[in-house]
Design a protein around this ligand. Structure first.
Ligand code: ATP
Ligand code: MG
Length: 578
């Protein structure tokens, strides 16, 4: 993908890989992997990991594998396997032949475990999970050895084989590494390698009733797949010790290295599959692909272009320290992309009928409208103009304040790509609600300019009533009201932070007829309103559109303020130094 290769910033991971390649480490090869657990849909945090793993593989002429870390059959499902594949592909990456499953390695992993037992480096423990926790000790106190730690190799081999044969129930026995119960790093206090879990697996069925733990399976799967650089998020820093220990003590086909980077955190966003699942099962959203979800499928439905997501991931970079990115920054990246690429059209969300009294009844003329002023290559289209139009209700005020430059009684404005019109009368219903405006147009202003050079201050979007398409438009706002949604209010859970205004349905919007053939996934700028994307709920003659983002770029302001704060901080430091 040229966009990630072209201007990838030199982050510490790329620096490290460049040094490894230069020094001939791993034979100069670069092999990475993206290792999701198929227990939910991917989210924007995964996008960062995907862009990093597939991105560096491309940049260094290497290979990136997709590996499903499917060692926990209770929460995993083929639905998730399929959605993950679809999402990675949609983001623009290709694993070629390299789609793997940890479950493909269950036999080899079992053999690795047996080899550890033979070396006296693993034992079967009969302690319950509570007792194991109790023996583990704390950060300040060493742990205590299990009474089963000194079992003979023979006994361990026998018991482990019987675990595999299904002789013991869940929780009755586990296999543990024999490392050091006094280790500073708690992860190294005889970590559990295998547990009995009598649950059928979505790929291996009833074949296995013991399953390897993440710490055991992950590094060995990396080694089996000749991964060179195993990139993971910071919560695995403490696990690097067991990763290295297993690679060191087993006869493995290759010696991968784990490197940790900061996970993506976004304001107003939850990014744990477990929590996202609660939103789905609790009915707080319509599904994993609800356009308010930070899932890749949600972003796709919302209209986020994959190139914009990749660009966002590239721009935020990869760091060693945790930080939180402003949601506005993601929206900024989306807007930049759509501004350049989405065709502009006219749509009216809250229609107010306008009758042009001096325009011939029954006449329809086609006017030329520019598809994207940012890109002349995108050409023009024709939009119909006629005697009865719709404009946006909020673009008219009977009694306008001083700075309101849109339509008002007696006021002249421009209808985009059409004519100047002047409001001559206001029609109301019995309740006093405005139902129609009577206007006159100036035929000399066709195209939107007056030959006599007179100016108007307002330009409105509009659609011709008879030709307009009716549509439902879904306006989205932030799903949560607070920057840190998991910071639950006292006595409540995180769902108390859900915003009541995250979805507004506009049932009776009117669109210009050029959208008649729009298909799900097509994105548009509705002039003056924002960016919108056709939803898969659309039916012939009944379009549904999702608002992707508004036109207002609050990131520019935030960035400016942040830059201002930083420079005043610098000034203060300078003042202090002087
Ligand atoms: P979750 O907590 O959402 O379930 P996870 O880490 O358990 O996330 P996995 O399926 O195990 O999900 O993740 C696959 C890969 O994606 C891992 O390498 C993980 O480090 C990475 N990843 C997950 N969340 C993020 C994030 N927010 N930012 C960057 N990478 C992430
Ligand atoms: Mg996980």
């Amino acid at each position: 993908m040229p966009d990630s290769a072209a201007s990838a910033p030199g982050d510490f991971i790329r620096g490290l890989i460049a040094r490894d390649v230069a020094s001939g480490k791993h034979g100069g090869r670069v092999v990475t992997r993206f290792p999701p657990e198929p227990n939910g849909y991917l989210h924007v945090g995964h996008a960062k990991s995907i862009c990093l793993n597939f991105g560096v593989a491309q940049e260094f002429g290497g290979l990136c594998r997709l590996r499903f870390d499917d060692t926990n059959p209770t929460s995993e499902d083929v639905e998730y396997v399929e959605s993950i594949q679809q999402d990675v592909r949609w983001l623009g990456f290709d694993w070629g032949e390299q789609c793997h499953f940890t479950s493909d390695y269950f036999q080899r992993l079992y053999e690795f475990a047996v080899a550890l037992i033979r070396k006296g480096l693993a034992y079967v423990d009969d302690l319950s999970s509570e007792e194991i926790t109790d023996h583990r000790g704390t950060l300040t106190e060493p742990g205590r050895d299990s009474p089963y730690r000194t079992r003979s190799v023979q006994e361990n081999l026998d018991l482990f084989e019987r675990m595999k044969a299904g002789e013991f129930e869940n929780g009755e026995r586990v296999l543990r590494a024999k490392i050091d119960m006094a280790a500073q790093n708690l992860v190294m206090r005889d970590p559990i390698l295998y547990r009995v879990h009598k649950v059928p697996h979505h790929r291996t069925g009833d074949k296995w009733c013991i399953y390897p733990m993440y710490d055991f399976a992950h590094c060995l799967s990396d080694a089996i797949e000749s991964v060179t650089h195993s990139l993971c998020t910071l919560e695995f820093v403490d696990h690097r010790a067991i990763y290295d220990w297993l690679i060191e003590h087993l006869e493995v086909p290759s010696h991968p290295k784990q490197t940790e980077f900061a996970r993506l955190n976004l304001t107003y966003t939850v990014m744990s599959k477990r929590v996202l699942l609660k939103l789905v099962t609790g009915g707080h959203v319509s599904g994993w692909d609800d356009p308010r979800m930070p899932t890749i499928s949600g972003m796709r439905r919302r209209g986020y272009p994959p190139a914009a997501i990749r660009r966002f991931c590239r721009e935020i970079g990869v760091a060693k320290r945790d930080n939180t990115i402003q949601l506005e920054r993601l929206e900024h990246a989306i807007r930049e992309d759509l501004n350049a690429n989405a065709p502009r059209v006219m749509a009216v969300l809250d229609p107010l009928r306008v009758v042009i009294e001096n325009y011939p009844d029954g006449q329809v003329e086609m006017l030329e409208a520019v598809n994207n002023p940012e890109d002349p290559q995108m050409g023009t289209r024709s939009v119909p103009f006629s005697r009865v139009l719709y404009i946006e209700r909020e673009d008219f005020l009977e009694d306008p304040p001083r700075k309101f430059f849109r339509l008002a009684p007696g006021r002249e404005v421009r209808l985009r790509y059409a004519y100047f019109i002047t409001c001559t009368d206001v029609v109301k219903d019995a309740s006093g609600r405005i139902v129609e405006l009577r206007c006159r147009y100036d035929p000399a202003t066709r195209g939107g300019d007056a030959p006599d050079g007179r100016k108007v201050r307002g330009t409105l979007h509009w659609v011709s009533a008879e030709q307009a398409l009716a549509a439902e438009v879904r306006l989205y706002d932030k799903l949560f009201r607070v920057e840190d949604p998991l910071d639950a209010p006292p006595g409540g859970d995180f769902t108390a932070n859900l915003s009541p205004d995250s979805l507004t349905r506009v049932r009776d919007a009117r669109l210009e007829p050029s959208l008649a053939d729009a298909a799900p996934g097509d994105c548009f700028q509705f002039e003056r309103l924002g960016y919108f994307c056709v939803d898969p709920d659309s039916r012939p003659g009944a379009l549904v559109l999702n608002r992707t983002v508004t036109l207002r770029d609050s990131w520019a302001k935030i960035a400016k303020q942040a830059a201002g704060a930083a420079s005043s901080r610098r000034d203060r430091t300078r003042d202090a130094a002087e």
